[in-house]
Ligand binder design. Structure first.
Ligand code: MN
Length: 343
């Protein structure tokens, strides 16, 4: 992108920042339900310096289709043979979209986790969650559940009974965010945000919309409390949309496209449905959808401060070495991660 053009985009983003603040009551509203009372209030807005160096797409990883849990279909950019993990992220699963017949919907029955955080984001359908700490909840479209497995938890992620009975369409995401070595065995924690609690913002031209699951975009900020500095944003860009999003220079950044196509970076690299675009160095990400595009671009923009720790993942555990993995299996088998109390 030409320098002059980029300045124009930066100005548009600055304007959008103001619009986003004015248009969203969530930032000033009551604390989200089910979020621990100790959760700190939203930080006052910082005035971030205008980004000057847009990142280039350095690599595209094409996601693979596989089955997860009891056998529900996912599209997975990593972990795969092509990409083991993307520090501080360990896994991205796009669950579905799948349309289940009556009685057919599948989930993930009781299983343990240790050493990281699972972040579920539901677009269509719903998931019923129950865990060994006694948390229970149904996550509907637009809902987010942020579960810190830490030292160990057993949970079940299943279609709620009515959904299982009637069937329906299911679409969502699960992201695994690693914990730094010193927090691998931190106390498990559960945060939940329903659709109406989401910070959302739209650019002044109305062409780009963002929902902020973690971090900040267009002047709105998520209340989710994180152990690792993370940016997690769902962008919807209509044909003709152009956005610039600041990303701290010390973050790894990637874009998972799950609908439509567009371009990104100063050299306008193409990104399309199913691609994970991995960015090089810089302090911003630019996204553009040509005016002639037939469909909007839908994508998750993910960035985070890498931990730099060794990552050893075995099934549901993510630790720093094999001895810790073996310990996790022993602790789980000895019942130290608890069990889900029958209702
Ligand atoms: Mn799980």
């Amino acid at each position: 992108m030409k320098r002059r053009e980029f300045t124009k985009v930066a100005a548009a983003v600055a304007a959008a920042t103001v619009a986003g603040k004015a248009g969203t009551s969530l930032i000033d509203g009551d604390a989200p339900r089910n979020v621990a009372a100790s959760h700190p209030p939203a930080q006052p807005q910082r005035v971030a310096p205008a980004p000057t160096s847009p990142r280039s797409v350095e690599r595209i990883v094409v996601s693979q289709r596989t089955l997860e849990g009891a056998g529900f279909p996912v599209r997975r950019p990593f972990p795969t043979r092509a990409l083991r993990h993307f520090d501080p992220f360990v896994l991205i699963d796009e669950m579905g979209p799948v349309t289940w017949g009556p009685g057919k919907a599948l989930g993930a029955p009781d299983h343990p986790h240790r050493g990281f955080e699972t972040v579920s984001y539901i677009l269509e359908g719903s998931v019923q969650h129950a865990d060994s700490l006694g948390h229970r909840g149904i996550l509907g479209p637009g809902g987010v559940q942020w579960m810190t497995a830490g030292s160990g938890i057993v949970h079940a992620e299943e279609p709620p009974p009515a959904f299982k009975r009637d069937g329906g369409r299911m679409h969502g995401f699960q992201l695994w965010v690693n914990l730094p070595a010193k927090l691998k065995l931190t106390k498990p924690r559960y945060q939940e945000m329903q659709a109406d609690e989401f910070p959302e913002a739209t650019t002044p031209d109305g062409l780009a919309k963002v929902r902020v699951i973690a971090g900040e975009a267009l002047g709105v900020r998520s209340r989710i409390d994180v152990h690792t500095p993370i940016i997690y944003q769902h962008w919807l860009l209509q044909p003709g949309a152009k956005v610039t999003q600041s990303i701290p220079a010390d973050h790894n950044a990637c874009l998972y496209v799950f609908g439509g196509a567009g371009t990104s970076g100063p050299d306008d690299k193409s990104v399309t449905d199913g691609d994970l675009a991995i960015y090089g160095p810089g302090d911003a990400v630019t996204l553009h959808v040509p005016r002639t595009a037939k469909a909007p671009l839908q994508a998750l923009l993910l960035a985070g401060q890498p931990h730099g720790d060794p990552i050893v993942q075995y099934g549901p555990f993510v630790m720093n070495n094999m001895a810790q993995i073996q310990q996790a299996y022993r602790d789980y088998q000895a019942g130290k991660m608890g069990e889900i109390a029958p209702t």
